[in-house]
Design a protein. Sequence first.
Length: 364
Amino acid sequence: MVDGLFVEEDAKLIKKIPLSRHVTEDTLYWPYSTSGNYTCKSGYRFLKEEEELQLNSQTPPICHKRVWKEVWQMQAPPKIKNFLWRACRNVLPTKQALMRRKILEEPICERCKLAVEDSVHALWSCPELDVVWTDQEKWGFRCEMEFTCVRELLSWMIEEGKSLELLAYTTWTVWNQRNKVRLNLQACPLHHVAKQAAELLSQYQANTEASSTQIRSNGNGGNRWRAPPAGFVKVNFDGAVFDDANRSGVGVVIRDSYGAVLASCSERIFQEYEAGVTEALAAQKALSFAHELGFQNVILEGDALRLIQALKSQEQNLCPLGLLVEDVKIYSNHFQRVLYSHVKRNGNSVAHNLAKHVISIPNF
């Protein structure tokens, strides 16, 4: 840095100036922070600047903008989009990138032991990944086309009108499997990666469709009940408390994607509980009822907002209803997929009336 900024004589004098009053053997300093000490923030800024310089020198502006637009318009979670965009920019921490940063000494792929591991090799062209890209209808061009980077692969797929979603999920699953193997963690075999990626994509699409259905039901058009997407049944539940009779009750109705009622029930609880407890018991009964009837993909829907939020949360619930909420979550493991949906009372009227009907029946 000094040699480039000053003439040779001045640079020699400046180098003789001690960096500290104390004698020290450590003469290294980090030039990207004012103190000379390395920090995570300064390191991150340095890497970002390095990536931007590399990107600007290698990527044609038009191609760069178009690929960026297509990636961020994909029907995929932000983490998947971000991963694919990093792969496109060749800034994933592959062995080649880590060697360039002097973290590793050699860049050879650990899967095939044949070639340098850059982004396109690690995710797409490595011979060991042949078992992942076996579907000839979708990936037959892999044997016919050669791509020097992930950006070229994405550009070609965009030009050919091919969808990027399955590619994004598959490469993301390949990358995670690769990292787990490197860390000696439990990882799925490579020949299961394609199936796992397809299932993740299918689940995300179903969740998105169910969420959009719920958003529409809470819009300006009112809170009418909305049918679930194809392949799911919607299980609406509600609870009722009868103070005078010292009783509680639950109501459940199960309907398909056409809105047809497949099953319904009312059940009396011979004790008066708080409203929150009754709702949690109703949710548990709803899943139990659906499981007994053999349904595998369900949307559990109720009008108890706090309960639905607790069921959606990944954190352990510490509220007084926490154990009941955890019981419902555990019971959901009996199904292939369970989604949780909140709707206001007038969108849950059938289950509500079934719960109120309990006072007129002896038991179930």
